[in-house]
Structures are given as C-alpha cells and as structure tokens.
Design a protein around this ligand. Structure first.
Ligand SMILES: *Cc1c(COP(=O)(O)O)cnc(C)c1O
Length: 223
C-alpha cells in the first residue's frame, strides 16, 4: 500500500460513523491526489480557486470538491461549476454573491458559515453573534440558490488542548443553536466542519462531522 493510502486508512479507521474526511490537497501535485483517489478518497479540499479549477478536470467526475479557503467575490463565478461545498462563507455579502452566481449557473450550491473563534486575528469568519444574527435576519431564507448546511471553524494554533477544546465546543454550540432555532426542519443543516491534522481528535470529541486533513494525509506541503 502507498504511504498516502496507509494514511487515509489509518484516519478512516479512527473516524466515528457520520464523520467524513476532507483530504486537503492544496499545494500537492495531481499525482498525489490520484493516489488518494485510488485508495478510495472522494472528497478533496482546496483553498485557492485557481488551483481547484485547474485540478478538477484532471480527476474523475465522482470527486467532491470542497472549497475551504478565504473566498473573494470576484472568484466565485469560476468556482461555481466545480464546487460541491463551500466551507468558508464569512459575510452576508459573500453569501449573496454565491447565491447570485449560482442562480446564473442554474445551480443550488451548498455552503457552510465560517465562524471565527480562534485567538489569531488572521483567521477569517463571522463572530458567533453575527452568525446568529444572520440566521435570525431572514436573509438566508430569501436566497434560493444557496443551501446553508452548517458551520465551519478553526481553533487557535496552540498546544493548549483546553483552549482548542473550548473553541471547538463554541463552534458546536453555535451549530446547535442555529439548528434548534432556525433550521429544525431542514434535514440538510447537519454539518460541523472542524479539525485539522493537529487537532482532529479533539474536534471529533466535540462534535465534528467533517475533518479537513492535509498534512496527515499527504505529508508536508511544498510551497
Ligand atoms: C490547510 C488547511 C487545512 C489542513 O491543514 P493540515 O494541518 O495540513 O491538516 C484545514 N483547513 C483549512 C481551512 C486549511 O486551510
């Protein structure tokens, strides 16, 4: 078995039922993605539109492409034909833009609301309050070409396990609140995307349904 295949198997064996692996393939050459595909991996995550758009036609049609990076409005149109799930909606304006471009393309695009809970200022996302306000506002219901399927977030990059756990718990709590108060009858509102190579075990314990793992699948990235 190849190294990538072994890594995927090891992670898959650790994932409880209902938790899916997004193999984060950013900066890795297409050969490595093909190895992962051969090993049965079907969900791939990228964080640059150009890279995703370049790789998608080189992979089989049953690959699910997830966009996990900061998304600029002027790149949305190019992404729409390929993307299955956008994890990184961090403003109402971006959500409206995705809705508009999806409508033009005759599609309904699945998205997650990205929450900012980490201590680093560099990480994008809505505050928990803004996210709840957005759900309350009724703006989401009026957009017919996006389907809000849950939330996504990143924890602070720290060795302090308690802090990481607290942040993941916060993300899960926002999900639960939105689910109860605004999406109770929406079966599709079911995803909590959290956990990366360094912290996915904690994320799973705190209720993740989707882990986004790059390094532990493909090895270190070559920038
Ligand atoms: C790169 C990236 C990951 C994967 O990080 P690893 O530490 O390599 O597992 C997960 N989520 C996001 C948003 C990323 O940009």
């Amino acid at each position: 078995m190849s190294c990538i295949a072994e890594n995927i198997k090891k992670i898959d064996d650790e994932l409880p039922q209902g938790v899916r692996l997004v193999a984060v393939s950013k900066f890795h050459p297409i050969e490595k993605l093909k190895e992962a595909y051969e090993a049965g991996q079907r969900i791939f995550g990228e964080n640059h539109v150009q890279e995703l758009v370049a790789k998608a036609p080189q992979m089989p049609d049953d690959v699910e492409w997830h966009f996990i990076g900061h998304l600029q409005s002027n790149k949305v149109k190019a992404l729409i034909p390929y993307v299955k799930l956008i994890h990184s909606i961090d403003s109402l304006k971006l959500l409206q833009c995705v809705n508009k471009e999806a409508a033009k393309a005759g599609r309904i695009v699945d998205v997650l609301l990205q929450l900012h809970v980490a201590k680093e200022e560099t990480k994008f996302g809505l505050s928990c309050e803004d996210c709840v306000e957005l759900a309350k506002s009724g703006a989401i219901e009026s957009m017919k070409n996006v389907r809000v399927c849950g939330v996504m977030g990143m924890a602070t990059n720290t060795d302090d396990e308690g802090e990481v756990r607290k942040e993941f718990n916060e993300i899960r709590q926002v999900f639960d609140k939105l689910k109860t108060e605004h999406f109770a009858s929406a079966e599709y509102f079911s995803e909590v995307s959290m956990g990366m190579s360094g912290d996915y075990h904690i994320a799973i314990e705190e209720g993740s349904t989707m882990v986004r793992i790059g390094t532990s699948v493909f090895g270190p990235r070559e920038y």
